[in-house]
Write a protein that binds this ligand. Structure first.
Ligand code: URA
Length: 478
């Protein structure tokens, strides 16, 4: 039988793959008779003759939404077999809608691995693109060079449009380039590294910024290496700072300065149910983190750098819940790495446990803020955002199965309990709940940072430590 060849417009032509795949599935075409190729790229030598793609309206069949989301991400992978893999999977999902729930199925597992690698690459691009300014007749233009591993430029460029809407910029990569002139986003061919400027005055801004967000108290060199692989270093102005900052971390952590933060307001409106529940299943925290990375349940994702998922041992007996990531957490992608985190670490130690022994997370996973000049001012998440994020917290709890949940502050207490909770009336005692983890409500550490009077601050800190001490028996219990 002559193979049917489908020629896609480019390596990231997900729409083209989708249209062809729908027609081919509707026509009952087996995966073994299709050769997928990309226009302009060397073809499979055995693909014999080119056969026009199937045309005409596909017959009705529906595909689980989960498959489409998985395919839209996984198809951006650089693996040349991806089009075939997702076509095979599509044929099987049409016959068995529950297939994707079978994480042990080799094709499902492979598809998930591809999507995960693409998500990670997209995240790296949002975190490691560094613009350099060049002067043009139209004014300043910012140019960045980046080398993604997968075909993610088109899918990731909208993030930069949202983040740098008022700048004119170009992101150059070996395969594609993205250009924003303040109004329109256009894509062009790839470029060479020498097309991008090497350094400019912005370098020192980046270095100052990086030095200010570097938190010596939470230094984890291995985690830094895996988060910021060395291949990205040569494009990062701050790379030259990494070694000296690590070297001085121990001394600096002793002198951490606490900065003020905002106390959550008490909300009086009843909690709304989320409009879109998070899809069910994945049974590991890593799988859940990957889903949270893609969360669009409320608009907060659009301006945040990334979702900040929980961290800590997967068998932790105690889960600590805060409000939402702050500025530093948003940049670093980890919870409680700023001043409130440093205060929590200190209080936990005084209460008799290391922070590394507990699992730490937030009620809301994206940073809510208001831009104010160069700064991003924390804004308390509202009931709608808390409700939209609550399914993630519930699934984090269901996966971790802690014995005790410590809710720090009104937002966390509301998210954990599912209702408005008065901290003053509930703090300091263990709340028992049928078939669910016990709850300990206490204040949020950022509240302590804002107490103006030193004596009261000390007293409030001591009270916070006493509250946390109630968690220590749970850490040991089987
Ligand atoms: N405040 C929080 O509630 N969570 C964080 O991760 C940081 C600050």
């Amino acid at each position: 039988m002559t193979p049917r060849r489908v020629v896609l417009a480019g390596p990231a032509d997900v729409a083209g793959w989708r249209a062809a795949a729908r027609s081919l599935i509707a026509a009952g075409e087996p995966a073994s008779s299709i050769v997928w190729s990309v226009s302009g790229q060397p073809d499979d030598l055995f693909a014999a003759e080119e056969v026009p793609p199937v045309t005409g309206a596909p017959q009705g069949f529906s595909v689980a939404r989960g498959f489409l989301e998985l395919a839209e991400t996984g198809l951006l992978h650089s693996d040349p077999t991806r089009f075939d893999l997702f076509y095979r999977l599509l044929a099987r999902v049409v016959a068995n809608r529950a297939l994707l729930e079978d994480a042990a199925d080799p094709e499902v597992a492979r598809a998930r691995d591809l999507a995960k690698a693409v998500r990670r690459d997209k995240h790296k691009m949002t975190a490691f693109v560094r613009f350099r300014e060049i002067a043009t007749p139209e004014g300043a233009h910012f140019v960045a060079w980046f080398e993604p591993e997968h075909h993610i430029v088109e899918a990731t460029a909208p993030f930069f449009v949202r983040r740098f809407a008022s700048m004119r910029w170009s992101i150059l990569t070996p395969e594609r380039s993205a250009h924003w002139d303040g109004e329109e986003l256009v894509f062009g061919d790839g470029a060479a590294r020498s097309d991008a400027p090497d350094s400019d005055g912005l370098e020192s801004v980046w270095r100052t910024y990086y030095a200010s967000i570097f938190n010596p108290a939470r230094l984890k060199v291995a985690a830094m290496r895996s988060e910021m692989p060395q291949k990205y270093w040569r494009n990062l102005p701050e790379a030259s700072l990494i070694r000296p900052l690590i070297a001085s971390a121990a001394a600096r952590s002793a002198a951490m300065v606490a900065a003020p933060a905002t106390e959550p307001k008490k909300g009086h409106r009843p909690m709304k149910q989320p409009e879109r529940l998070a899809p069910h299943d994945p049974s590991t925290l890593d799988a859940l983190r990957a889903e949270v990375d893609e969360c669009r349940n409320c608009p907060l994702w659009a301006d945040a750098t990334q979702a900040v998922f929980g961290e800590g041992p997967a068998d932790a007996k105690v889960m600590v819940v805060g409000e939402q990531p702050g500025d530093k957490e948003d940049i670093q992608g980890r919870p409680f790495v700023g001043p409130a985190g440093a205060l929590f670490d200190r209080a936990a130690q005084e209460a008799g446990f290391e922070r590394d022994k507990v699992y730490v997370t937030n009620a809301v996973k994206h940073f809510k803020f208001e831009p104010r000049g160069k700064f991003r001012l924390h804004k308390t998440p509202g009931p709608t955002e808390i409700a939209a994020c609550r399914p993630w917290l519930e699934r984090e709890m269901a996966t971790l199965k802690p014995r005790l949940v410590v809710a720090m502050g009104a937002t966390a207490a509301r998210a954990v309990m599912g209702r408005v909770v008065k901290i003053g009336e509930t703090r300091g005692s263990i709340l028992k709940r049928d078939g669910e983890p016990d709850v300990l409500v206490t204040v949020h550490p950022s509240y302590l940072l804002r107490v103006p009077d030193e004596e009261r601050k000390r007293a409030e800190f001591a009270r916070f430590v006493e509250d946390l001490r109630l968690a220590t028996p749970f850490l040991k219990a089987a």
